[in-house]
Design a protein around this ligand. Structure first.
Ligand code: TPP
Ligand code: MG
Length: 1065
């Protein structure tokens, strides 16, 4: 066999490998900088060998096996004038027989040529004498080309190379696509798209080639196996190098790739009729005029205009219309500042007069409109609307309010969508969808994007696909992409999740509309994420009062030239196109312009008298819920004893044949015993009882976080694993007969705080009748989600008038585990609490609104029963408020930290029953049956959390009967009434605040002024009379030395009980 034939066989073999394993074929066309190369190799280890062989084959065949005297790139003008190539043949290497089992990359050097030659000879003599795969191979690459009619002189190599060329376009065509309206980006076209590299010259253009018919959708599947090279190239250029750059060959799924190829490689992808074009034009005019109108009416106001990406609006509308046609009924949208007003006005259809009114000074905080909170800037506000679609359906749109922190809203949107799916029984997740809009800078730069993408396929977090739209204006504030990201595209992060990415020139309206529609179809077909990257430009500065030329002179100048010199805004381009084709007349266009301007002006006039409606904040499920200014009666949370018993039995029983781990079985036996005896109920069972009783009352309960199913401290065991079969059983799924499996959800999450907390927050906001909890592995990890605490949880209600009852469980407590596992940074949550330290609010039980008026609740609870009540209280009230729980570690198994079932019930006279009934105890008074006035008590120690048990033990140890110890279970809002009561009970006691945290941490700084205020109010001194017992100020939260910890802990506990008075502080 001659050397060229060998090379051809090498190529052919490579192709066989590639085509046999379609998804990994991406490596073939991969240029050095093509990221798809590494993705493909990484994504399936089993394919690595084959892919590597294939890659090497191509490289060697193209560069070693032959060399080209000239190799010129295809110019960006897409000209097809090829330079001629001269082929220099090399001497054939000496063939050396290599057994089949030894075939490695090296055989492609020619070392296995004898083997291949013999194989071919054998096949020619008798096709059955070779393996079926080789038979197929020779049939395709030798047989057909030789036997097809109309082909003259096509060599095997040419067949192979042609296929590689096609493949290269599929993989790398997007690099050559015309994406940037201003042409600012300098992109080199990969060699792989140069036909010369494959040995073709201009002389070959009109030759007909046989390219076979492959088990592959699109171009290669057409029943036209013989085509001229010119035709093939033209089609490839049209499909892959026009205004859309498709990235999809990284997807390791043949069906998905075929589905896309079918749509991409069709000769007529974008055929719109006159009516559709007029609709698109109308929408683009609205989008463009809206920004112009705002610019002329409010010349110096910040609005983060969409100029340069006006096609976003018609694109989104098309996406929504198509989604509605495909069954979507509701879309939750998350988006940043850029173009938000335009989306609000033109997509979500928020009344324009309201937008204009807010622009002129915002919604005024007035008594007419009820509770307004502290408000937020106009480009952060959310809204929702039922919007008719083009085909006459209706679709519910909700734009989620978001903070300035870019991308922080992403997981919130996803969580909210998931909750909508739960509540609408949207089991296949086709009725509720999420759309996230991103900036190019933030999509590439913010880690929460990746954290959110990574939730996309997790069973308890998936929403059946999110559509991402990137408004890629090629700049982030003043930063160019080359300083802003290391990846080729700002969207590369999405490749890790195998999402297809459609890059599109933002000035080609029909292309934008096309990919938006395609994205909607993808989402509804494959129920997974997809990205539309609208490559556009920023016409002006970052905002309207910014000077763009300081930092982006080229873009600004180019856009000025582009628009003013040739009148080419995206609207002008489209108008010209339609006029040329006769789809609309000039009069039609003028008519639309006039209509839009008239409406904008009318709305502007109406905005002057616009009176905001009373709160628009209560979505469907929130009817009847109270704002902070409407009193919500405080309710009891105890449960009838028989219900407690029944659910208690249900959640402690395991199926007959189930074989749990021995230790878990013991735990469940003990739990059953606790229910039986009604004594010794521990933390985990207290929690399970809260969940179970809420479930039987018809509420949805969802707990998520890292390792929450078992529990970080191996205490929860909410999901049990059969040790033989590996099957799982979740007792809380069986509280009721035929209980919906999702009604109680406990789920281990991905190892993300920012993403998962955001998700649960969004989830909790949909329906108030759900107890949604996020648990941190250790409390300190919560700081990975700090943005969500700062920007959403602590301030969301006040800024955006949206309530949430999310519960956050943060393991906290000093057990000698070192600086990173001791503190949940209680002080930070307390510092963000907005209750006034110097004003005691109304505390009378029937009038008390203290919690309603506060931004959140922070508790450090010390008994299982109180934990049960604080969880139930979240639901048994007519408002929702976030709850931050410093949750325990060593109390989970502490022998004293137990409750009797009677503390959970609602029976008068039982230990849990207070004056008002059974409910959460904000403060637990001293357990020593003290009377209303105890003059002999010399010290009142106030504390919170597990240190109580250590203080109590020390008191027993030193027989400190003249010391009273009270637990402040609810730190925020501060229980003034109960603290006053205790201060009065012990009129002569020295007041001590005891904590185990360092002085600059824990609750001290929060407690001191409030306790001082309470003391002042009952004439028990001032803040200066509060004695401090705790660790000294410290930079680290705790010591890393166990011995030091024990010494510190012992000393502080002893000090709190010492006989001598404690010096100030
Ligand atoms: C987390 C975060 N960091 C910084 C900022 C400040 N900031 C506001 S807009 C912006 C640029 C965003 O660029 P890009 O995502 O490309 O959106 P564009 O403004 O270009 O539409 C920056 C850095 C922010 N809002 N959020
Ligand atoms: Mg940008």
């Amino acid at each position: 066999m001659q050397q060229p034939q060998l090379a051809a066989l090498a190529l052919a073999l490579a192709l066989v490998l590639v085509l046999a394993n379609d998804p990994f074929a991406g490596v073939f066309g991969g240029s050095e900088r093509s990221p798809s190369k590494s993705y493909s190799l990484l994504s399936c280890p089993s394919s690595t060998a084959g892919s590597a062989v294939a890659k090497l084959a191509v490289r060697r065949a193209l560069s070693q096996g032959r060399s080209y005297v000239t190799r010129t790139r295809v110019s960006e003008s897409q000209s097809r004038c090829f330079h001629s190539t001269v082929f220099k043949s090399k001497a054939a290497p000496v063939p050396r027989p290599v057994p089949l089992s030894k075939l490695t990359d090296s055989f492609l050097d020619g070392t296995s040529s004898v083997y291949l030659e013999e194989l071919q000879r054998a096949w020619e003599a008798d096709p059955n004498s070779v393996d079926e795969s080789w038979d197929n191979f020779f049939r395709n690459f030798v047989g057909q080309a030789a036997t097809s009619p109309g082909i003259s002189g096509q060599t095997i190599q040419e067949s192979m190379r042609l296929l590689l060329l096609v493949r290269s376009y599929q993989v790398n065509g997007h690099f050559k696509a015309n994406l940037d309206p201003l042409g600012l980006e300098e992109r080199s076209v990969p060699d792989d798209l140069n036909p010369e590299v494959y040995g073709f010259s201009q002389a070959d253009l009109d030759r007909e080639f046989f390219i076979g018919v492959w088990k592959m959708a699109g171009f290669l599947s057409e029943n036209r196996p013989v085509q001229t090279l010119r035709y093939i190239l033209t089609r490839l250029e049209q499909a892959y190098c026009g205004s859309i750059g498709y990235e999809y060959m990284h997807i390791p799924d043949r069906d998905k790739c075929n589905w896309l190829r079918e749509r991409i490689e069709t000769p007529t992808p974008m055929e719109y009729n006159r009516e559709r074009r007029q609709v698109m034009l109308d929408r683009l005019i609205w989008s463009t005029q809206f920004e112009n109108f705002l610019a002329t009416k409010w010349t110096t106001a910040k609005r983060f205009g969409l100029e340069g990406c006006e096609t976003l609006i018609p694109g989104m509308k098309e996406m929504f219309d198509r989604s509605a046609d495909l069954g979507v009924e509701s879309i939750v949208i998350g988006m940043p500042h850029r173009g938000r007003l335009n989306v609000l006005g033109n997509v979500v259809m928020k009344p324009l007069r309201q937008i204009f009114s807010e622009f002129s000074g915002g919604t005024k905080p007035s008594s007419d409109v009820g509770y307004t909170g502290t408000g937020d800037v106009k480009y952060h506000l959310g809204t929702s609307y039922d919007r008719p679609t083009r085909s006459g359906k209706r679709i519910h749109l909700s734009l989620v309010a978001n903070p300035s922190h870019l991308e922080a809203v992403d997981p919130v949107v996803i969580g909210k969508t998931r909750a909508k799916q739960y509540y609408s029984n949207d089991n296949d997740r086709t009725k509720n969808m999420a759309v996230l809009i991103h900036g190019d800078g933030s999509f590439a730069g913010q880690g929460v994007v990746f954290e959110t993408l990574h939730l996309s396929a997790l069973p308890n977090y998936t929403i059946g696909g999110t559509i991402h739209i990137v408004v890629n204006n090629q700049v982030a504030f003043t930063t160019d992409p080359r300083s802003g990201r290391s990846s080729q595209y700002c969207t590369d992060v999405a490749k890790a999740l195998n999402a297809p990415i459609f890059h599109v020139n933002g000035d080609d309206l029909e292309a934008v509309v096309h990919v938006c529609q395609l994205a909607a179809e993808w989402r509804q077909t494959f129920h997974s994420d997809v990205v539309v990257d609208i490559v556009c430009y920023r016409r002006f500065g970052h905002n309207e009062i910014d000077e763009p030329s300081f930092t982006q002179p080229k873009m600004y100048r180019a856009s000025l030239l582009y628009i003013s010199a040739s009148s080419l805004s995206s609207l002008d381009i489209y108008k010209n196109k339609l006029l040329e084709t006769g789809a609309v007349s000039k009069e039609d266009i003028d008519g639309i312009h006039k209509k839009v301007i008239t409406i904008l002006n009318q709305e502007f006039e109406a905005s002057k008298d616009y009176v905001p409606q009373r709160r628009d904040w209560l979505a469907a499920y929130w009817q009847g819920f109270k704002s902070p200014e409407q009193l919500s009666r405080i309710r009891n949370t105890g449960v009838k004893p028989e219900i407690l018993k029944n659910v208690g039995k249900a959640i402690t029983a395991l199926p007959e044949n189930f074989k749990p781990h021995k230790a878990v079985k013991r735990i469940y036996d003990q739990r059953a015993q606790m229910i039986e005896t009604e004594e010794g109920i521990d933390w985990a069972l207290g929690e399970a009882l809260a969940f179970a009783t809420l479930l039987v009352e018809g509420n949805h309960v969802r707990l998520s976080g890292q390792d929450v199913e078992r529990g970080t401290f191996s205490h929860r065991h909410a999901v049990i694993h059969d040790q033989e079969t590996g099957q799982v059983y979740c007792p809380l799924d069986h509280v009721m007969i035929n209980q919906n499996e999702e009604m109680f959800t406990v789920s281990n999450s991905s190892l993300s705080e920012f993403g998962v907390l955001g998700f649960e927050l969004g989830y909790s906001m949909e329906n108030p009748n759900s107890l949604v909890l996020w648990e941190a592995q250790f409390g300190d990890f919560a700081n990975g989600a700090q943005v969500t605490f700062d920007q959403f949880l602590s301030s969301g209600e006040s800024k955006w008038l949206r309530q949430t009852g999310l519960v956050v469980l943060l393991p906290h407590g000093y057990d000698g585990q070192g600086p990173e596992h001791s503190s949940a940074r209680l002080e930070r949550f307390l510092q963000m609490s907005d209750d006034n330290p110097f004003v005691i609010p109304e505390m009378e039980p029937t009038l008390r609104k203290q919690i309603q008026e506060c931004n959140w609740q922070v508790v450090n609870v010390t008994t299982p029963a109180n934990y049960f009540h604080v969880l139930r209280r979240q639901i048994h009230r007519e408002f929702r408020k976030p709850l931050i729980v410093m949750s325990p570690k060593n109390l989970l198994r502490h022998k004293e930290c137990k409750s009797n079932l009677s503390e959970f019930d609602d029976v008068q006279g039982h230990p849990g029953f207070d004056k008002q009934g059974t409910r959460f105890k904000r403060l637990i008074k001293d357990q020593n049956m003290h009377s209303d006035r105890e003059e002999g008590i010399r010290r009142l120690v106030l504390c919170s959390g597990k240190v109580y048990y250590e203080l109590d033990e020390e008191r027993r140890h030193v027989n400190g009967t003249d010391v009273a110890i009270c637990r402040v279970e609810q730190l925020c809002p501060f229980p003034y009434d109960l603290v006053q009561r205790e201060l009065k009970r012990y009129p002569n006691a020295e007041v001590v605040w005891c904590q185990e945290e360092p002085m600059n941490m824990g609750a001290y700084s929060y407690i001191a002024p409030r306790l001082g205020t309470a003391m002042k109010s009952v004439n028990r001194g001032t803040i200066e009379d509060i004695k401090y017992v705790g660790r000294l100020p410290s930079a680290a939260t705790a010591t890393g030395f166990l011995q030091v910890h024990i010494k510190e802990q012992t000393e502080l506990v002893q000090k709190a009980l010492q006989r001598e008075p404690i010096p100030f502080p």
